[in-house]
Design a protein around this ligand. Structure first.
Ligand code: AMP
Length: 432
């Protein structure tokens, strides 16, 4: 029986892989204008990093992580033995924890230095139930800025995210930017308690999962898809009424900067996002069309305690991640045309076997001059070579028959205009 790609994973076939490459290049270009440099961290990290960084009680860590074990360690575990915590690895479910770990490990923000502004792109893994816009291996592009606390960093990252979406072609009117503040360690605990107390009063109206959430992580209940829970949570205390003066001021400044930049946003005090590490500003971009229930194309926020959580010194941070596959769905829904892989500037056809080596020679010359070129490698008839040239979308075709070889010249045919010019065989690139 043939073996297919695992459930929830997808091959990026050439057109898609080409777009993924262009998408990353665009990210590097846009983010580079804001001072962000690329970073690449391992796809596997110690499981402890995610447990400590993202939070044990989050869905991502408690249910959705793929664990990776060497064959030797797996055998040890199956035989009832123990595996050192250092050898317990997980496939990364998101990029922030790994980047912050790298910043701490390599001391990328020594005291008094400029903030580290980093961007990354790559696959992430979550064992979720696959559906439209939700895969087990998906691709994210993200940024992290460590070492700066000012609201200008929050506003600039949000503006940069919206610029990136616009530059890849997602129509501005298809997107909604939601923002909120999650408070900090001084105001959030009291708010959490207020939400918990509210949920306790409404316990008989909440689903089983939310009853557990009320004990472990009450704010997660704002994300419950159950309609009854959603109705109850509509009446829950709002974080914006519980922010301490510093958080209130920070949030006000972020909004003022966005207003001044002409960025439209909607305040959503129920926006809590799925990961534990967020403090103060959080944001999410949703697309109304083409995505169904998985309508968030990107989001992020501030995480001023995360560096300490993973063993570093107190370093404020902020980041976002956007989902590549969901951006593709949004672009398709907006009717944006995707690039086509392949394409060919010149196809060199040959009539007889004697033409094969000269054709090969012309093709190499043209490639060395920076054009794409192709020829037949399967013994096709001339007619079938022309068909292949059409299929490849060749802009020009040259045909080498005995006459052309004898004269050292050939006819270069423009496939769009049907114009023909005679060119010496050693000067083909100059005529393309
Ligand atoms: P998160 O790390 O959960 O904040 O996700 C950031 C972005 O990654 C989301 O807005 C989605 O666009 C994308 N994303 C998250 N989980 C998945 C998934 N399972 N499949 C596809 N895209 C995802």
């Amino acid at each position: 029986m043939a073996i297919n790609a695992p459930e929830g994973t997808k091959d990026l076939l050439p057109n898609e892989a080409l777009f993924w490459t262009q998408f990353q290049a665009k990210a590097g270009e846009v983010f580079g204008r804001y001072g962000y440099a690329p970073i690449a961290t391992p796809i596997v990290e110690q499981t402890d990093l995610f447990v400590r960084g993202i939070g044990e009680a989050t869905d991502v860590v408690s249910k959705e992580m793929f664990t990776a074990l060497s064959g030797e360690n797996l055998k040890r575990l199956l035989e009832g033995g123990k595996v050192k915590s250092k050898s317990r690895l997980s496939l990364r479910p998101e990029g922030t924890a790994g980047v912050v770990r790298a910043v701490v490990q390599h001391d990328l923000v020594p005291q008094g230095s400029a903030p580290a502004k980093l961007w990354y792109a790559g696959p992430m893994f979550r064992a979720e139930r696959p559906q439209k816009g939700r895969q087990r291996q998906f691709h994210q592009v993200g940024v992290e800025c460590l070492g700066a606390e000012a609201p200008t960093i929050d506003a600039e990252a949000i503006i940069m995210l919206m610029r990136f979406f616009a530059e890849v072609g997602i129509p501005a009117d298809a997107m909604t930017l939601l923002i909120n503040s999650m408070g900090c360690e001084s105001c959030r605990p009291a708010y959490r308690d207020a939400v918990k107390a509210y949920m306790d009063q409404h316990a008989d109206e909440l689903c089983e999962t939310c009853l557990t959430r009320a004990q472990v992580n009450p704010l997660r209940a704002f994300d419950c898809k159950n309609a009854d829970c959603a109705a109850v949570m509509e009446g829950a205390p709002r974080i914006t009424d519980h922010l301490c003066p510093d958080c209130k001021e920070h949030y006000a400044q972020v909004k003022a900067l966005l207003d001044a930049a002409g960025v439209n946003y909607t305040e959503d005090s129920k926006l809590v996002r799925g990961l534990d590490y967020y403090t103060r500003t959080v944001f999410e971009v949703q697309v109304d069309n083409g995505l169904g229930s998985q309508n968030a194309i990107g989001g992020g926020g501030r995480y001023d305690k995360l560096a300490e959580e993973v063993g570093g010194r107190n370093t404020p941070g902020l980041g976002f991640a956007l989902g590549y596959e969901r951006c593709v769905l949004a672009l398709e829904a907006a009717g944006v045309e995707m690039p086509q892989a392949g394409g060919c500037d010149l196809f060199v056809a040959f009539v007889e076997q004697a033409g094969q080596a000269p054709a090969f020679n012309v093709v190499q010359q043209v490639r060395d001059a920076g054009f794409s070129a192709e020829m037949d490698h399967q013994g096709r008839s001339v007619k079938s070579q022309f068909k292949l040239a059409n299929k490849l979308g060749a802009r020009y075709v040259i045909t080498l028959g005995p006459d052309e070889l004898a004269a050292g010249k050939a006819t270069l045919r423009n496939m769009q205009t049907h114009e023909e010019v005679e060119v010496p065989l050693d000067q083909v690139p100059e005529n393309l």
